[in-house]
Design a protein around this ligand. Structure first.
Ligand SMILES: *[C@@H]1O[C@H](CO)[C@@H](O)[C@H](O)[C@H]1NC(C)=O
Ligand SMILES: *[C@@H]1O[C@H](CO)[C@@H](O)[C@H](O)[C@H]1NC(C)=O
Ligand SMILES: *[C@@H]1O[C@H](CO)[C@@H](O)[C@H](O)[C@H]1NC(C)=O
Ligand SMILES: *[C@@H]1O[C@H](CO)[C@@H](O)[C@H](O)[C@H]1NC(C)=O
Ligand SMILES: *[C@@H]1O[C@H](CO)[C@@H](O)[C@H](O)[C@H]1NC(C)=O
Length: 309
């Protein structure tokens, strides 16, 4: 008989395709990384089998007569949505088909935190977790960790099979027992049983410190010796303009909440660090983070951020 695309059979022959045929796909479904290879075997157990073929824009296999199984193979998955179809033709003219479900995935390019300066009344702050270029996002979970606890998890309603970027926002209220707590977010794809598949991609840590004095330590080690640049929410209130701001440690003279940015740079690179200071009842909450973790020299950044009354 002739090999026609599934859809053409449907249109021209008006034939209803049986789904309960003696056709077996192995594996029955595929999860593959974009650009990787995979193969699947289509086997017919009917003794009336005339031939088997695979219909697909990529890696299709022509109707092959006199076989009971046929392998489909793609060396490098080129598309985000592919659904190869195995068809088995019977001697009596019947055809049965089955779509091989293929999920093409891509782990995110990056997962990073970002401050949203929605510090409300000095007690709450919001952090955003940006997950860049992940597929398929309908299988994405973003988990917010604080130490050993998962504070929040978010899933996404997204139909696109190709990579998209997603964000999750966490709103936090400072508590005294948050002292020393580390917060981070991680992105994982729920495509595999526990402990299988690629490891989740996690962001940098945010450290919360609640203490008795505030000192923002932005000391960076580098060669050549880095220079520093600070930016504050309200420069004049915190720091005398006359003061030398090319200094790694800032000890604000007043408890002014807001976002403090320190940039350490030398000829080899730049590292920026945020200190988010929230005034909580009878204490401060300070949060810091790195952005631009890439740096050619050994720019080594150590921060201490202590907090207070
Ligand atoms: C496909 O499956 C058949 C039946 O299980 C088996 O005999 C054959 O070796 C398989 N082919 C490949 C390439 O795995
Ligand atoms: C985060 O903090 C930086 C540094 O103070 C500030 O420039 C930026 O606007 C803040 N982000 C948002 C979303 O407000
Ligand atoms: C900055 O601080 C000064 C002195 O306390 C105050 O007068 C001014 O209103 C503040 N500006 C802003 C934008 O908060
Ligand atoms: C600002 O400078 C003046 C004069 O040098 C000094 O008296 C004052 O204590 C300084 N204030 C702060 C907050 O460092
Ligand atoms: C700031 O951090 C550097 C690097 O860890 C450390 O050597 C220094 O003692 C710290 N300074 C203060 C005042 O904590």
């Amino acid at each position: 008989v002739f090999r026609l695309p599934y859809s053409l059979y449907f249109i021209f022959l008006g034939k209803l395709v049986s789904t309960s045929c003696s056709l077996e796909l192995s594996p029955p479904r595929v999860v593959v990384r974009f650009g990787d290879s995979f193969s699947a075997n289509c086997t017919s157990s009917s003794d009336q089998t005339e031939g088997i073929g695979w219909e697909s824009p990529y890696g299709g296999v022509d109707l092959t007569l006199g076989v009971s199984s046929l392998l489909f193979k793609i060396d490098s998955v080129p598309e985000w949505e592919i659904g190869p179809i195995c068809y088995v033709n019977s001697r009596d003219g019947d055809q049965c088909t089955e779509v091989l479900p293929v999920t093409v995935y891509k782990m995110p390019d990056s997962v990073s935190l970002k401050n949203l300066s929605t510090v409300e009344e000095g007690q709450q702050f919001a952090i955003q977790c940006d997950v860049v270029n992940v597929a398929p996002a309908r299988h994405l979970s973003v988990l917010w960790h604080k130490g050993n606890y998962i504070m929040k998890s978010e899933i996404f309603d997204e139909s696109s099979p190709s990579p998209v970027s997603k964000s999750s926002v966490l709103t936090l209220t400072a508590h005294r027992d948050d002292d020393g707590a580390e917060i981070w977010c991680e992105a994982k794809l729920n495509l595999w049983p526990e402990e299988q598949g690629p490891p989740p991609v996690r962001s940098e840590n945010l450290e919360m410190t609640v203490g008795s004095k505030i000192s923002l330590n932005c000391t960076a080690r580098g060669n050549p010796i880095p220079s520093y640049h600070w930016e504050f929410p309200n420069f004049t209130q915190v720091w005398n303009r006359s003061h030398d701001v090319n200094h790694p440690i800032l000890t604000p003279s007043s408890k002014f909440p807001g976002i403090y940015t320190c940039t350490a740079s030398n000829s080899q690179g730049t590292v920026t660090k945020y200190f988010i200071i929230t005034e909580a009842p009878r204490k401060f909450l300070a949060v810091h983070k790195f952005i631009f973790p890439y740096c050619y020299a050994f720019l080594y950044l150590v921060i201490l951020c202590a907090v207070i009354f």
